[in-house]
Design a protein around this ligand. Structure first.
Ligand SMILES: Cc1cc2nc3c(=O)[nH]c(=O)nc-3n(C[C@H](O)[C@H](O)[C@H](O)COP(=O)(O)O)c2cc1C
Length: 171
C-alpha cells in the first residue's frame, strides 16, 4: 500500500472571499488538506512561519509580494527533513500572487524527492493552479508531478466530494 504525506500551508485571518473581505478562523487550504487525509489516509504536516503574516488582508498581500520579489526563504517553526517513508506527496497551499507562498518552497527545497509522486493542490480566488505545478517541477527534483487540483477557496468547505474523488484517483 502506498504511503501518503500531505504538506500544507494555510493562513487564518482576513481573506478575500467572493469579492469581499472575510475573517476565516480556519484557512481554506487546511480544510482541503484534511479532506485529502480523510479520503486516502496519510500524515499531515503543517508549514508554519516563525514570523506570522499579518491577519490584515491588504498588509499580507504586500508582505507576500515583497517575499516573492526578494525570492525570500522565510524561517519555519519546524522543518520536515526526511520523506523517505512516503510514496505520494500532496503539496497544498493558497495561491499567493499566482503561486505557492515562499514558505512552501522553503520547506520543499530541503527534501529529497527522488522517486516520489507529487501533486499540487491550490486554493484560490480565481487563479486556479496558477504556477503551482511549474513550481513543483522546479523545487521537487527527481519527482514525477501528477495532475494537480485547484479548489476555489470560497467553496473549500463544500469541496469534500470533489477532493476525495480526485485524491483517490491520484494515489
Ligand atoms: C497574500 C495573498 C495573495 C493572494 N493572491 C491570489 C492570487 O494571485 N490569485 C488568487 O486567485 N487568489 C489569491 N489570493 C486568495 C487566496 O489564494 C485564497 O483566498 C486562498 O483560498 C486562501 O487560502 P488559505 O485560507 O488556506 O490561506 C491571495 C490571498 C492572499 C492572502
Amino acid at each position: 500500500m502506498s504511503r501518503n504525506l500531505i504538506i500544507y500551508y494555510s493562513r487564518k485571518g482576513q481573506n478575500y472571499v467572493n469579492g469581499s473581505i472575510r475573517e476565516l478562523s480556519k484557512g481554506n487550504t487546511e480544510i482541503v488538506a484534511e479532506f485529502i487525509q480523510k479520503a486516502v489516509g496519510g500524515d499531515l504536516f503543517e508549514i508554519e512561519t516563525v514570523k506570522e503574516y499579518s491577519r490584515d488582508y491588504m498588509t499580507c498581500t504586500e508582505e507576500a509580494q515583497e517575499e516573492l520579489r526578494a525570492k525570500a526563504s522565510p524561517e519555519l517553526k519546524r522543518y520536515l527533513d526526511d520523506i523517505s517513508e512516503y510514496d505520494n506527496i500532496f503539496v497544498c497551499g493558497p495561491c499567493w500572487w499566482g503561486t505557492f507562498p515562499m514558505a512552501v518552497l522553503t520547506q520543499l527545497e530541503r527534501l529529497d524527492f527522488t522517486g516520489k509522486k507529487v501533486f499540487a493542490v491550490m486554493t484560490h480566488e480565481g487563479s486556479g493552479l496558477g504556477g503551482s505545478e511549474h513550481s513543483l517541477k522546479q523545487s521537487c527534483k527527481g519527482a514525477t508531478v501528477g495532475r494537480g487540483l485547484a479548489v476555489h477557496g470560497a467553496d473549500a468547505a463544500h469541496s469534500e466530494a470533489a477532493v476525495a474523488a480526485w485524491a483517490k484517483k491520484s494515489v
